[in-house]
Design a protein around this ligand. Structure first.
Ligand code: HSE
Length: 433
């Protein structure tokens, strides 16, 4: 059979990794795909001295790749939104299948891109966009297709997890670890995407769409980063038997779908609590299968290339199939997406860790607990540290409550003169149902 010709746009960390994996494992990949896969052309605005591209045609014009009549599959690895969107839509318009690692692109423009792809009867594959090398899209979209998914939760940003792990285990400075993550090629071009949870929210948006069969709605995701996590909170969490991880959580409730990324206390015995460094992991709870866990490298050249190349193989295998006989982009048939709403964060439910500075006076603790009690918030645990100072740290773990109720309680606690400064709040998930 004729070889399949691929054009790679972008020769950075992931582009370079993809080129190398395709070359190194060419025989094995051909045995799997049933056809030779050759890199016909690379579009890159600059050379990557670490990659030996000798013998492969290179252009500085990435759009020339998207319109090259020889090319069957365009692999978009330039990242970003606008140019990537134009590139992908141009490729689709020219009848090319597309493979991308660009979660920002899919989370923000996926609905439009999939619609264009359906019209042109081409595929857009994006496994590498979520959790690096872990085949989580394939697992949810195909492996769990019998299930009604209840919830999923994951560590889906390698850079953030690398930073939290190094800070906790080696006491390293935030900026120093971030710099190393950038040097290792883990971090986004704008690393605030990693530390402020935007990258994780892009990925969670995609996961929740394929889990619950709803359109992509990144603008409704609640996003909170890790830059305000203090070593005190890490230590208090440990005393209480928890670890702090930056989680993406999406849960189906009767009222709607929760879609939130934030630092989270999880029990230290939970498998996710023991996912360290650049590793990612996602727990998916389905009504038939129960809980399943997916673990692997969430960033880096070859782990991400592993997912890109798997997508290329998938596309090659079904290139000749009609669009109605392929796995739908968002797991559910395009006409069967549901309008179950994404809930505002105030309507989501979780347990909480609260830390505040209380005056060392009689009645202060009683007042705090009574504010919580009046809002119907049950206290799970409470720690008051012994001190000779006038102010004492008080740490409270609550049971599950609606966020709106907690906002009201925190506002009252902060207004109480027995408390100084603001209340630190970190959400708590037990991941057990
Ligand atoms: N910046 C991302 C991360 C890269 O650290 O997880 C992989 O998506």
């Amino acid at each position: 059979m004729k070889p399949v010709k691929v054009g790679i746009c972008g020769l950075g960390t992931v582009g370079g990794g993809t080129f190398n994996v395709l070359k190194r494992n060419a025989d094995e990949i051909t045995r799997r795909a049933g056809r030779h896969i050759i890199v016909e052309e690379i579009g890159a605005r600059r050379d990557n001295p670490a990659i030996d591209t000798k013998g492969t045609q290179i252009t500085r014009d990435i759009f020339a790749v998207a319109t090259n009549p020889e090319i069957d599959i365009v692999v978009e690895l330039i990242g970003g939104y606008d140019v990537a969107r134009d590139l992908v839509l141009t490729a689709i318009e020219n009848g090319k299948h597309v493979v991308t690692a660009n979660k920002a692109l899919i989370a923000e423009h996926g609905n439009e891109i999939f619609e264009a792809a359906q019209k042109k009867n081409v595929m857009v594959a994006f496994e590498a966009g979520v959790a690096g090398g872990i085949p989580i899209i394939k697992a949810i979209r195909e492996g769990l297709s019998a299930n009604k998914i209840n919830w999923l939760a994951g560590i889906i940003n390698g850079t953030g997890n690398f930073i939290l792990t190094e800070m906790k285990e080696k006491g390293r400075d935030f900026d120093d670890v971030l710099k190393e993550a950038q040097e290792l090629g883990y971090a986004e071009a704008d690393p605030t995407f990693d530390v402020e949870g935007i990258d994780a929210a892009h990925k969670l948006t995609i996961l929740s769409s394929i889990a619950f069969g709803i359109p992509l709605q990144f603008n409704k995701a609640y996003t909170e980063g890790i830059s305000k996590i203090t070593t005190e909170d890490v230590q208090y969490a440990e005393e209480l038997g928890y670890r702090i991880k930056h989680l993406g959580v999406s849960r189906r409730t009767e009222q709607g779908v929760e879609l939130r990324v934030h630092p989270t206390l999880i029990p230290e015995k939970a498998l996710l609590a023991n996912v360290n460094g650049v590793m990612n992991a996602v727990v998916v709870d389905g009504d038939a299968v129960g809980q399943t866990l997916y673990y692997g490298a969430g960033a880096g050249a070859e782990p991400t290339a592993s997912a890109v190349v798997a997508d290329i193989v998938d596309v090659v295998r079904t290139m000749t199939a009609d669009r109605d006989n392929r796995v739908p982009h968002l797991a559910f048939q395009p006409g069967s997406l549901s309008d179950h709403p994404v809930l505002p964060v105030e309507q989501t439910e979780t347990a909480y860790y609260l830390r505040m500075q209380a005056l060392e006076q009689p009645g202060v603790l009683a007042k705090i607990t009574s504010i919580l009690g009046e809002k119907g918030i049950n206290i799970e645990a409470i720690i008051q540290k012994e001190t000779s100072e006038e102010q004492v740290p008080v740490i409270i773990l609550t049971q599950t409550v609606q966020e709106q109720k907690m906002n009201e309680a925190i506002a009252e606690i902060e207004a109480f003169e027995g408390i100084s400064g603001s209340v630190t709040r970190i959400r708590v998930e037990h991941l057990d149902g």
